[in-house]
Design a protein around this ligand. Sequence first.
Ligand code: G3P
Ligand code: CA
Length: 248
Amino acid sequence: MPPLIIAHRGDSAHVPENTLAAFAAALEEGADLVEFDVQLTKDGQVVVIHDATVDRTTTGRGRVRDLTLAEIRVLSAGYPSRFADTHRGERVPSLGEALAMLKDRARVMVEIKPDAVTDDAEGGIEARAVAEVRKAGMEKDVALLSFSRRALLRCRKLAPAIVRGHLFQKAEPGEVLAGAREVASELVMPEKHMLSDELRDRAREAGLKLATWVVDDPEELRRLARFDLYGVASNRPGVMLDAIREEE
Ligand code: G3P
Ligand code: CA
């Protein structure tokens, strides 16, 4: 079975990342899953943005946690340094908006960024993200991802039935397996350079799904086939899907 193609931050090579336009483009390309990142605003709203600050991808400046949703919503999320003003009408979506847009159209991976995780177990980003997923009625269509074990443990407690995916940037296979066990995740997502035969075999033995990121080159996708991946996140989901179709 070829891997599922996960649109990483949407169709982010072609449209500003983590915007509704990027998600629409990913759906258009036929992506199986859409991945995006979430942070928490000063007034406790979960918003779809990768960085801890708005500086890189919007027309504003400052930390997301120091800005209210209203202050963020006046900014363009059109990633002007990369896309000039082509997408200047895009706004930073709230998690609720992003879920509403994707509901019944794709499954969704919501990545809780570690810099948004605080000591607030009850009112922090995990609780608020879970509440939004429930409000959208998408418990079965969403996976909650994080590098943060603390966040994943909270998600487990708050919503054991929502799938969790443990992300890893650099770790030995034993650590990956132990991390997945601790948070009871059914999915592990090591960065692609971590993939090995040992990790594949141990994940398989443990009944874990294995996914990775970011793969934008069809040749690389072919090379990764031996790892029997459940999913591959790409900034160019359409190109990856075309490559898979060509192989069939
Ligand atoms: O899906 C995992 C991947 O998105 C993690 O890295 O920095 O792109 O959020 P990053
Ligand atoms: Ca991410």
